[in-house]
Design a protein. Structure first.
Lengths: 604, 271
């Protein structure tokens, strides 16, 4: 096959067995790779109702047809599992050499199931007992360097923190706590290496496309990411009143000047790096007080800065570095600690961290990763912690389905509010990119309506395609028509005659598949909402009296979203195949039948 | 004296203006707020008639929604009359910033349906209507008649010659950006503040500029050539422009009034 290898690697840790399982071309064509193939494999491999931390719960690492090609930003993979934080599907993306080495094993995905008898690493088709248990992910990667590309967990994953991350090459797939799933399997690291090249149907055409895309990736559409990085959002969001501050009690941060001018001014004093096969180079590293550096993104800086009331830039960088070392998702870590800070202010939580106190923030990160003291409670995430605290704490836990909110104030960004509410992953910004609608003239960000819902669907579908291809979303502005141009790329790589229309159907199929997985795992309509705070309290908003979101307005948008998706008025998608086009449905059915009838082949 | 009401019609599409007239600045506040405040000096209550879903500035008035989109001002007048508390109502459009207390007093002072006649034209949107006209307006609309003049004629309205009225500029409105800008600049000399964020700030090297009121094209043109903010009739795609941090705009033809804040930021806001 061109582009694909036509198989996935299934690693059973309990049996220390690795098998190469064929994937039907129809399945691959219908789901591509990344979050699409990842969701399909999770749906197939995860027993219904499985505990995310049980041995049977799978972790899927899904590559894509574009991985291994010279196309810029294509060295990416998806990490998909049932989240221990939400109990629903979690699909994150990560980048760089691990994707290249993993696919070079001659597979389109890796599925990990089972549990090691003792803390172990998986390398060259076998498990090995490890002395790395207790080390940081970065130290483990260094210790294993030279034998392949590594994905590893820190001590947070080992200790079952429900928002523990997976790390590879300094990048982190953090959201949803898949690091805890890996930790529950007693798997410290996975080392991949291979030399199976991705075959291209039309190598000359792909080379020309790669050159063209690289040229476009250096244009104006991506200049902000190159020159400033995402950190540039901090002062902009503050100016627009949508910078979540002190556990979403405000959309503006009175310490913004100190934070930005004191060291976190985008593009100043930072060094730039790129992922493998990327010409954009969005990564900006900043110095911490102790001389170390950390990769600083807006989301990490918002969560460990304004959200916790911290205005000391060095402390924020140190906290980001600490999360990376411990293996914690920065957004959920900051969100859960900010929640604890407000609970402390209200007298609901003794001995918790305090707003503006950087030392208590850092101490909390250590305590969470070690599950020590109040950290044991916070390691459960803000939703579970709120349920244990009681007293109405759930109303101020800024999460959806258990996943802590990223740095977009939903009362001032109604499209993103909808994206959070209906997101299969929970309060996530990347799977919908709905904030783009709010920051445009297409909709009124303070007055969302049914049109906002249609635009959100469009944005969510586009994201589903890009995340299945996989290309970096920072490249999206370089495409005039992402569906048509993606069809061209896929055709040159795979030799299959993709069309824009087929890819539109594919994107919708991926969104629906994710939703269906959640429904089978117990999703209920009430899960698609926001915490009470966001309806009961307004925030200050520049140019308007306040920014508000009523239950009625969000309800109207959600209903419009369901109807436009062809789902029932309370959000249930139709049974499989009712709405899917013939190609997708047949491919889906054929893929399942073939995969079920095939006998696994031992690796190698 | 029996109770009197003011009715402001602001549900129009403002298509030639390119942005909602209700939000155009006048005297340091949105136009609608200015007109409502002026009317409130003369009448006992003010009713604002808006389109369904239309976003309005915060004003001390009763807001009613006219569901009959595309039926013209008579439908809006009817909605206003239905919700007015006063027996006699002064009806105005939202783009009437020159409205004076003396003018409204003079029209309402006739105590009956009355309308100024200026240059031979009956000013149906600067006129007094009896509240009882709500039912009559419905009958007219049901029979396909959409002219406010039909309603005035039904009540045998009093035409008021221009020479009997003070401040006849009160009837002056505007439909195009140029008409608005000429009037606004004559009334208010304050500049527009352009706040630069992200790459625009990095390239220009300063956080903000002050420029004269003008079209968005004029405003962005003042930022200089180091940042390519303009592409055809639109803001160039890598950038986004917000008015007051509230709404985003792309059309370079829209007017930016005195005292407004224009924020230039990078369009790629994700992270």
């Amino acid at each position: 096959m061109y582009g694909f290898h036509g198989a996935y690697l299934r690693i059973d840790l309990t049996r220390d067995e690795s098998t190469r399982i064929p994937l039907d071309p129809g399945v691959l064509r219908a789901h591509l790779g990344g979050v699409g193939l990842g969701a399909w494999l999770l749906d197939r491999e995860a027993p219904v109702g499985v505990d995310p931390l049980a041995p049977e719960a799978p972790i899927v690492l899904a590559f894509s047809p574009l991985v291994g090609t010279p196309l810029t930003t294509s060295a990416k993979f998806a990490v998909v599992a049932k989240s221990p934080l939400t109990g629903m599907l979690s699909d994150g993306l990560s980048s760089s050499d691990f994707a290249l080495a993993g696919k070079a094993m001659g597979v389109d995905a890796i599925v990990i199931v089972g549990r090691c008898a003792e803390p172990s690493i998986w390398r060259a088709g076998r498990l090995e007992a490890t002395d790395q248990w207790g080390a940081s992910a970065a130290d483990t990667e260094r210790a294993l360097a030279g034998t392949g590309r590594v994905i590893a967990i820190g001590i947070a994953g080992e200790n079952g923190v429900r928002f523990a991350s997976l790390s590879n090459g300094g990048r982190h797939a953090g959201r949803g706590g898949i690091g805890a799933v890996m930790g529950a399997k007693r798997l410290k690291a996975l080392v991949v290496a291979g030399d199976v090249a991705t075959q291209l149907a039309d190598p000359a055409r792909v080379r020309a496309q790669a050159l063209d895309l690289a040229r476009r990736s250096l244009g104006e559409a991506t200049a902000k990411y190159r020159e400033l990085g995402t950190l540039a959002n901090l002062p902009v969001f503050d100016r627009l009143g949508v910078l979540p501050t002190r556990n979403f009690q405000s959309g503006r941060f009175d310490g913004i000047a100190r934070l930005v001018e004191g060291g976190l001014a985008a593009g100043h004093g930072s060094t730039r790096q790129s992922c493998a096969r990327c010409t954009i180079g969005c990564e900006h590293r900043y110095a911490a007080a102790d001389g170390s550096t950390a990769r600083v993104e807006y989301e990490s800086a918002f969560a460990l800065g304004p959200l916790c009331g911290i205005d000391d830039p060095a402390a924020v960088v140190e906290a980001i570095g600490r999360c990376d070392a411990l293996g914690l998702d920065t957004i959920s870590a900051g969100g859960t600690i900010a929640f604890a800070m407000e609970c402390g202010e209200r007298g609901w939580l003794a001995d918790g961290p305090r707003f503006g106190d950087a030392r208590s923030l850092l101490a909390s990160l250590d305590a969470i990763a070690a599950r020590r003291g109040v950290g044991d409670l916070l390691a459960e995430g803000s939703r579970r912690a709120a349920l244990r605290i009681g007293r109405g704490a759930l109303a101020i836990a800024a999460q959806v389905k258990g996943l802590e909110m990223p740095g977009y104030e939903p009362r001032g960004l109604h499209a993103q509010a909808l994206g959070f509410a209906v997101g299969t992953r929970g309060a996530d910004h990347n799977r919908s990119s709905a904030y783009e609608i709010d920051f445009s003239e297409k909709a009124d960000r303070l007055h969302g309506d049914s049109r906002t819902a249609l635009l959100t669907i469009e944005s969510e579908d586009r994201a589903a395609l890009i995340d299945s291809l996989i290309l970096c979303k920072f490249l999206r502005g370089a495409f005039a028509d992402v569906y048509a141009e993606s069809a061209e790329l896929l055709e040159a790589v795979t030799g299959m005659d993709f069309s824009a229309a087929e890819l539109r159907d594919l994107a919708t199929r991926v969104v629906t598949l994710r939703k269906r997985f959640n429904v089978r795992e117990g999703w209920k309509p009430a899960d698609d909402s926001l915490p009470d705070r966001f309806f009961d309290e307004a925030v200050e908003s520049p140019g308007a009296p306040t920014a508000r979101l009523s239950r009625e307005r969000l309800g109207e948008m959600i209903r419009a979203y369901y109807v436009a998706r062809g789902w029932s008025p309370d959000g249930y998608p139709p049974l499989p195949r009712e709405r899917e086009d013939a190609v997708g449905a047949e491919a889906d059915a054929a893929g399942r039948m073939q995969a079920e009838s095939l006998r696994p082949e031992p690796l190698g | 004296m029996s109770a009197r009401s003011g009715i402001v019609l602001c549900g129009g599409r403002s298509s030639r203006m390119g942005r909602a007239k209700a939000w155009l600045p006048w005297g340091g506040r949105p136009m609608l707020a200015h007109v409502v405040a002026r009317l409130a000096e003369v009448v006992d209550d003010v009713v604002v008639v808006a389109a369904p879903g239309q976003v309005l500035p915060d004003v001390p008035a009763r807001i009613v929604r006219d569901p009959h989109e595309g039926c013209g001002p008579l439908a809006g007048i009817r909605e206003g009359l239905r919700h007015a508390a006063g027996d006699l109502c002064f009806v105005t459009a939202t783009d009437a910033p020159h409205l004076t207390v003396a003018f409204v007093e003079a029209v309402l002072g006739e105590g009956r349906a009355a309308a100024p006649v200026i240059d031979g034209y009956v000013q149906v949107l600067s006129a007094a209507y009896p509240r009882a006209g709500a039912d009559v307006a419905k009958t007219l609309l049901d029979s396909g008649r959409r002219r406010p003049l039909d309603l005035l004629e039904h009540f045998d309205y009093l035409p008021i010659p221009a020479e009997r009225l003070p401040d006849i500029a009160s009837v002056r409105g505007f439909n195009t950006p140029d008409e608005y800008l000429v009037a606004a600049r004559a009334d208010d000399a304050r500049p527009v503040t352009v706040e630069l964020m992200g790459r625009a700030r990095a390239r220009i090297g300063q956080p903000e500029l002050e420029v004269p009121a003008g079209s968005l094209r004029d405003i962005l043109g003042c930022v200089g050539t180091r940042v390519a903010l303009i592409e055809g009739d639109l803001v160039a795609p890598p950038y986004a422009v917000s008015l007051e941090g509230r709404v985003f705009v792309r059309d370079l033809r829209i007017p930016i009034g005195p005292g407004e804040h224009v924020i230039v930021l990078d369009a790629s806001v994700g992270g």
